[in-house]
Write a protein that binds this ligand. Structure first.
Ligand SMILES: Nc1ncnc2c1ncn2[C@@H]1O[C@H](COP(=O)(O)OP(=O)(O)OP(=O)(O)O)[C@@H](O)[C@H]1O
Length: 257
């Protein structure tokens, strides 16, 4: 069975506090899944744990069938974090940040190519920031910086996008722009997992809603194409979770920029 993410009994403990309390979540290729829930319910922790950025204290999670610690094909994944972690230090331009999305595709032998330039230009156009490409990213508004992060992920042309609140602080026009971009990605068969408080203009694009409440999955909608694991009976239900602790194999995990 092909899965992009497969978490079983996922537990995360931060500062000795249980944040995820036994999450079962399988995402299949081509799904567009919205992770929803109240502030502090554990949505960001869940997506970070799916990527192996936050280690599990129990259960396990697989990325394309492989534990994150052994996963090497990071070019297949584009991650849009909640915020741009650009401090006051080195001023980077919008284009530089977006171009950094190509790094996982490059090697020491193959430097920046025409393809890289074209992908960066397409990504900038998709988020309507072509005109701002040469500007320092710090000079942009919060919503525009969010679009830079989305463009960075788009530039990498990954199979799967994981977006943590891509619409936070983004105005209505930009939300519609993102909905259009997502529609294209969906048509191309990409997988999208995004965190959202409200779906707004994204609603028609979303194929499945997962609601997190106090570190558990409270609701999991039915996937659009019932195949494989996602088609199994009982997939759409309120998950009752056992609290048993299972030692996770996941340590020292990170996503390349
Ligand atoms: N590094 C950390 N150390 C300790 N506690 C943390 C850490 N990161 C998050 N938490 C706590 O984990 C809980 C879940 O946080 P998380 O960011 O996953 O929630 P969320 O649903 O994404 O919330 P929001 O919608 O506000 O972004 C919160 O109570 C938060 O304070």
């Amino acid at each position: 069975m092909n899965t992009v993410f497969q978490m079983t009994g996922g537990q995360v403990t931060l500062d000795r506090r249980p944040i995820l309390r036994g999450v079962d979540l399988t995402v299949c290729p081509g799904e567009v899944v919205a992770i929803m829930g109240a502030n502090g319910s554990g949505k960001s922790t869940l997506v970070r744990a799916l990527l192996g950025l936050t280690p599990l204290s129990g259960g396990q999670t697989l990325l394309y069938g492989v534990p994150p610690g052994r996963f090497r094909d990071w070019r297949r994944i584009g991650y849009v974090p909640q915020r741009l972690a650009v401090g006051g230090g080195v001023p980077a331009t919008v284009r530089e940040i977006v171009a950094s999305g190509r790094i996982a595709r490059q090697s020491r032998l193959r430097r920046t190519s025409k393809e890289d330039h074209a992908a960066v230009a397409r990504a900038l156009a998709a988020v309507d920031l072509t005109e701002r490409a040469g500007d320092p990213v710090q000079s942009l508004s919060g919503g525009q910086q969010q679009r830079v992060l989305i463009a960075r992920a788009l530039a990498g042309e990954p199979d799967t996008f994981v977006m943590d609140e891509p619409t936070a602080g983004v105005d209505a026009d930009s939300q519609r722009l993102l909905a259009g971009t997502l529609t294209t990605l969906v048509r191309e068969g990409r997988t999208v997992v995004l965190v959202a408080h409200e779906l707004g203009p994204l609603e028609p694009v979303i194929s499945r809603g997962v609601v997190v409440r106090a570190g558990r999955i409270e609701h999991d909608g039915r996937p659009p194409q019932p195949e494989g694991e996602c088609a199994k009976p009982g997939h759409e239900h309120v998950h009752p979770h056992a609290e048993e602790a299972v030692t996770g194999p996941l340590t020292d995990l990170r996503v390349k920029p």
